[in-house]
Design a binder for this molecule. Sequence first.
Ligand code: CP
Ligand code: NVA
Length: 313
Amino acid sequence: MTAPHLRKKDLLSILDLTKEEIDLILNVSDMIRKKYREREPFVPLLGKSLAMIFRKSSTRTRVSFEIGMFQLGGGALYLNPNDIQLGRGETIPDTAKVLSRYVDGIMIRTFAHSEAEELAASAAIPIINGLTDDEHPCQILADLLAIKDRKKSLKGLNVAFIGDGNNVANSWLYAAPKADMNIRVASPHGYEPAKHVVEKAKELAQAGRTQVLITNNCEEAVKDADIIYTDVWASMGQEEETEKRKKDFALYQVNEALVKHAKKDHLIMHCLPAHRGEEITAGVIDGPNSIIFDEAECRLHAQKAVLALLMTK
Ligand code: CP
Ligand code: NVA
């Protein structure tokens, strides 16, 4: 019997995964987590290495990938583009070809999604998207794991995403229909998710008979929600827009009044880092319905599954 694996070489988008592969990742995450907690040795990546290229800051992604590789028997290398020749004009394809001779996988966090795609096209090894301007697939896999831990089944759950139609919202829009969940995104006018993303999400939802709704009304999104999710108003790379966005997003805050519209047993989620008092109040982050720090922990478990599935082929 061959070990389970993913069809594609790379994980750049939630769209790279079938519904069955998402289930597989969640099941493998749970299995790996159990083994780790029971101190049962599990080192499928013994002697293997992951290079991690970060063009943007990170706490969770950097630490969880590095520690995840270590726990699976391998090692990880942090690469700052300013320290390697990439920062001096060496091309992405040449970098991909060279790194493919040394390491067994690359995780990249960058601005243009096309850069991750270009890296994947020239590398002989798996490329994992650790966040681009368009998507954050590893985050949403961890989110699904955290939700499944609490709700047991994902089927039919209602997710309300409040805020910017950004990378995290995009990956959620692709993931919800694949996980049999309904999703409503409430954004200020002009900050809705991109049209092509919404169209693709609606197409997936139609096939799976779930719902996708884009609105400017937070209460409409949160009504009967099982999960309320938010993210920062200004993402990395949008720092100059911070003050304008504070005004434009002022009514799009996850606060004590808004969450009253959700189901009583709703879960509060945020990919972190959070700006307390902006997109979410401190009371809601630290309140009884919040699973935000379990969610952060799930990055480690879900990514260990992704690493094991991609790097043992
Ligand atoms: N959620 C997330 O990706 O966090 P970091 O930016 O700290 O990696
Ligand atoms: N949307 C945020 C997510 C951070 C994890 C950003 O891109 O900065």
